[in-house]
Design a protein around this ligand. Structure first.
Ligand SMILES: CC(C)(COP(=O)(O)OP(=O)(O)OC[C@H]1O[C@@H](n2cnc3c(N)ncnc32)[C@H](O)[C@@H]1OP(=O)(O)O)[C@@H](O)C(=O)NCCC(=O)NCCS
Length: 173
């Protein structure tokens, strides 16, 4: 989930897609059996946790995930109409004015490679830009940099490097 570098669209003059025009429309997503959701009211957090685990993130306490999502500014997830389970997810925290950080970008492995990750990211970025938030950062694993670049994200913009203080979890006895 964490990376060797922070990437951001800080000072990126334009994004590669015009405002409000996405690579796949909400209608097309629906016709393919996916609903876009922006609140956590129908989100089953155990299922979401399973998607995190399936992509290799550590399993986290569901109650803590709930708390984190309650403190999250923007949430976007895709519900699979048939199973009613979350199959794609991303969220952004921030100060609501200048800065946001995108976290937990995941697509269920069974649904990867069909445009859901891009659909979620395009909309999340658009939502933040519409709020006037221009500095949007995220952590990227090296193998995923190529996913974020076409979405307008640049690694180490102007030589700026991300630094992280990460407290190591104590091992459970
Ligand atoms: C990375 C991830 C979110 C991408 O979601 P996805 O739904 O599989 O990706 P999409 O189908 O929307 O792909 C959109 C575009 O990105 C490209 N792409 C997808 N994953 C990529 C990768 N790892 N590297 C380079 N390009 C990638 C696709 O080829 C596609 O290109 P196109 O628009 O030219 O056709 C998903 O693979 C995932 O959940 N991975 C595991 C968790 C993870 O690593 N999350 C990121 C944490 S930093």
């Amino acid at each position: 989930m964490f990376s060797r570098g922070i990437i951001s669209n800080f000072r990126t003059p334009t994004l590669p897609f015009p405002t409000c025009k996405f690579s796949v429309s909400d209608k097309d997503l629906e016709s393919r059996g996916f609903f876009l959701r922006r609140t956590i009211s129908d989100l089953n957090l155990d299922h979401l946790n399973s998607v995190f685990v399936a992509v290799g993130f550590p399993r986290r306490d569901t109650e803590k995930i709930k708390l984190a999502l309650e403190h999250t500014q923007s949430i976007l997830w895709v519900e699979h109409k048939k199973s009613q389970k979350p199959v794609a997810f991303a969220r952004a925290t921030g100060d609501g004015v200048f800065n946001a950080i995108i976290w937990d970008v995941v697509v269920d492995p069974s649904f990867q490679g069909i445009g859901l990750g891009k659909a979620v990211m395009e909309r999340l970025v658009e939502e933040l830009l519409e709020k006037g938030i221009c500095n949007i950062a995220l952590y990227s694993e090296p193998r995923v940099l190529g996913f974020y670049r076409p979405l307008g994200f640049v690694a180490d913009p102007d030589g700026i490097r991300g630094m992280v203080y990460s407290r190591k979890q104590k091992k459970k006895k």
